[in-house]
Design a protein around this ligand. Structure first.
Ligand code: GTP
Length: 332
């Protein structure tokens, strides 16, 4: 994918596009989003993400008059050179038929002008879903996939009130990171050096998850010895394994195995950063020493933070911070 990457953020008026943009990229809390006015036409933002990667984020106002204009006179401007289209649907929309009609028209314009663009669909405001969340999302996903008529789309359920928004956006930006597998390899080495149980790499401004490490499965015992070839451990192309006494697997798709607790961490740190800003303190690093584990969150490069979690009580936070400092040149 060429750089910078154009990201289209589309969907009906009031579906929550500007709110999510302000939460993820401007570090505003969810409580302030109700004050946001409707977006007039297209609001363009250039977001520097991981240094070299620049996201040209086009937040397209969703009022009918604007949508009609994007799909007629502005079509070649809006849909040209798009890397990713994110289309937002309100989970309890009052007019799904109209939303789907606009979506289908946008999808067909996208296919005409940017046939290689990735498409992500967000079923947003999941906190307002009337039925059980999982069932509602499954039903919506089916409906949206049918409306996409064979185009490959990825659907997420999101809400600004929990970590689901970070999960979706981490996955979206992950496909844009050019050197994700290299980052992962270095992360595996760092994890092994620190005897860490877990290492997570976050982008600095957004705190979106870039890569994670996960501990190896428990050593085989009489009761869990694999039987037969189907239980062999395999890594996908993008995953890297470090070989040491303390082996850790790192997967450059942080979500293939990772639960959303990583995104919960993003959410909590962002809230903490916001609190620091309110009392005019700058957030730099964080250390936690608890009986069960030790955790250090520190700046790794100009664009990233790393979180290292160890369960070995003999390992001191100073040692972890020194390892982070020594690892910096590898990640720059
Ligand atoms: P246009 O600019 O007109 O296209 O609208 P928009 O899609 O940018 O909507 P906006 O972000 O302005 O959000 C509209 C309202 O939805 C605001 O009052 C937000 O607080 C609210 N909102 C956004 N996300 C969520 C969510 O996840 N849950 C709930 N309950 N409300 C949300």
């Amino acid at each position: 994918m060429s750089w910078p990457v154009q990201v289209l953020l589309m969907g009906a008026s009031g579906s929550g596009k500007t709110s999510m943009r302000s939460l993820i990229f401007s570090n505003n809390p969810a409580s302030l989003t109700s004050r946001l006015g409707a977006t007039i036409d297209v609001e363009q933002n250039h977001v520097r993400f991981l240094g070299d990667l620049i996201l040209n984020l086009w937040d397209c106002g969703g009022q009918d008059a604007f949508m009609d204009s994007y799909l007629s006179i502005q079509q070649s401007t809006i849909f040209q050179h798009v890397g990713v289209m994110i289309y937002v649907f309100e989970v309890e929309t009052r007019n799904m038929e109209k939303d789907l009609n606009y979506y289908k028209e946008c999808l067909s314009a996208l296919q005409r002008y940017s046939p290689n663009a990735a498409v992500f669909l967000l079923v947003h405001k999941m906190d307002l879903a009337r039925g059980p969340k999982a069932e509602t999302l499954a039903r919506k996903t089916k409906e949206l996939k049918e409306a996409s008529e064979g185009t490959e789309v990825t659907v997420f359920g999101t809400s600004i009130y929990d970590e689901s928004l970070y999960n979706a956006w981490s996955r979206i930006v992950h496909i844009l990171i050019p050197n994700a597998s290299v980052l992962s390899r270095h992360l595996a080495k760092l994890a092994a050096l620190c005897s860490a149980t877990e290492v997570v790499l976050f982008e600095r401004t957004t705190f979106l998850v870039i890569a994670t490490s996960t501990p190896p499965p428990p050593p085989p015992t009489a009761s869990n010895v694999p039987s037969g070839p189907s239980s062999a451990r395999t890594n996908g192309d993008l995953s890297a394994t470090s070989h040491s006494d303390h082996e850790l697997e790192v997967d450059s798709d942080p979500h293939k195995m990772a639960p959303t607790r990583y995104e919960r961490t993003s959410e909590l740190i962002k809230a903490f950063k916001y609190s620091c800003a309110r009392v005019r303190e700058e957030f730099n690093a964080l250390e936690m020493e608890l009986p069960e584990f030790t955790a250090v969150l520190d700046e790794l490069t100009r664009n990233t933070y790393v979180l290292i979690v160890v369960h070995d009580p003999t390992i001191e936070t100073a040692a972890l911070r020194m390892n982070i400092r020594l690892a910096r040149p590898k990640f720059e």
